[in-house]
Design a protein around this ligand. Structure first.
Ligand code: M6R
Length: 366
């Protein structure tokens, strides 16, 4: 049932190109975004002043990435929160707003409570869920399914990229509805998403390279992940994945925050993983990276060939990613090396990858 893989997590990481393709096949028809009919009617993007995205854990980080996409592409203000805070914070929800909750299992107690709160406030709520017929799917006004199939590993991998693909398509649909992008621009972004399954397949070929590197990483007690823009939430996700299955303490930071505190931690013993595709903010991230190296910090740079040529010198390890046609969607692709780093580090440490201690696949109590 593990299809020849040692762990479900490895199998699920490897399934991602196919899942991305299935998602595109299901929700893009003849070059246009085609959401399930009921969902399209329930998502009045043109009339919204604000979108609220609520979830827990990895699903929350998918929302955090999507905030960048909705705001950049559709100029739609997005509020994000973790469900356990949102449900008790009980924030006022503007009339011209709606919420989306995101959940792999569709059973997470806090996310369900957040959904119920939104409904009580009389605001529309849609759900992006992986498990059909789950409680969250049943209680929301509209459901868009992620097509990741059954995810068994406690560490979420394919559900995350499945969520990101759906959210990317929704952000483009919102841009279309709000007239913030031309038809040609939308077609260009869609073409970039269509390239993702092939690029994800290429990224999986890095597994061997990452295995070697992860042996060294498994010796660390603390690890930092840095990213900017939409790669910042991916840094948070990379850190979550690493701590969850390898039990190494890891933290994600927005690169620009480094000098506001965490740089005090840097020395030879704290590896810093920099997630930096060659994009408009690359130079800024590189200067943060150099600050780390000037303090003898050991950097693992995950970037493309152009980024490597520009900034690869002197780093501890380089993970060379395929180049992206559209760097805005980089988190979809860079999720793969982040997952592989966590996976191979955990394997090197000999922890229980699929069933990490103290964790359950679905958190149905608060
Ligand atoms: O089923 P859900 O997507 O609602 O679960 C949310 C979180 O519990 C989940 O993503 C958790 O953080 C994962 N173990 C992370 O890998």
């Amino acid at each position: 049932e593990k299809g020849g893989y040692k762990h479900f997590m490895a199998k699920e990481i490897a399934e991602q190109p196919g899942i991305l393709k299935d998602t595109l096949d299901a929700y893009v028809k003849e070059g246009r975004i085609a959401l399930p009919g009921a969902a399209d009617a329930a998502l009045p993007f043109a009339d919204l002043d604000r979108l609220t995205l609520v979830a827990c854990g990895t699903a929350h980080y998918a929302c955090h990435v999507a905030k960048y996409w909705f705001e950049t592409l559709a100029r739609l203000p997005v509020e994000i929160d973790v469900a356990s805070e949102f449900r008790y914070r009980q924030p006022p929800l503007p009339a011209r707003s709606m919420a989306l909750v995101v959940s792999q299992s569709g059973e997470t107690a806090d996310t369900l409570a957040a959904l119920r709160y939104v409904k009580e406030e009389g605001v529309g709520v849609g759900a992006i869920v992986n498990v059909e017929g789950s409680t969250i799917a049943r209680e929301s006004d509209a459901v868009i399914r992620t097509l990741a199939g059954t995810e068994i590993g406690v560490a979420s991998t394919k559900a995350f990229t499945g969520q990101l693909m759906v959210l990317a398509l929704l952000a483009l649909r919102a841009a279309e509805a709000r007239g913030t992008l031309s038809a040609a621009e939308i077609a260009g972004h869609l073409a970039a998403l269509e390239a993702m399954p092939g690029l994800a397949h290429q990224a999986l070929q890095l597994s061997e390279r990452i295995t070697e590197m992860s042996h060294a990483l498994s010796e660390a007690r603390d690890v930092l992940f840095l990213g900017r823009g939409a790669m910042y939430p991916l840094a948070l996700e990379g850190a979550l994945k690493l701590k969850e299955i390898s039990y190494i303490h890891a933290e994600g930071y927005a690169s620009g925050e480094l000098k506001h505190g965490p740089i005090a931690l840097i020395d030879r013993t704290v590896p810093v993983i920099v997630l930096a595709p060659r994009d408009a903010l690359f130079e800024k991230t590189v200067s943060n990276m150099q600050e780390v190296m000037a303090r003898e910090g050991r950097v693992i740079l995950v970037t493309d060939a152009e980024g490597a040529a520009e900034a690869g010198e002197g780093v501890w390890h380089l993970v060379r990613m395929p180049a992206l046609p559209d760097p805005i969607f980089a988190p979809l692709l860079y999720a793969i090396p982040a997952q592989l780093i966590a996976y191979h580090t955990a394997v090197a440490k000999g922890t229980d990858v699929d069933q990490p201690r103290n964790l359950a696949k679905s958190v149905t109590v608060e």
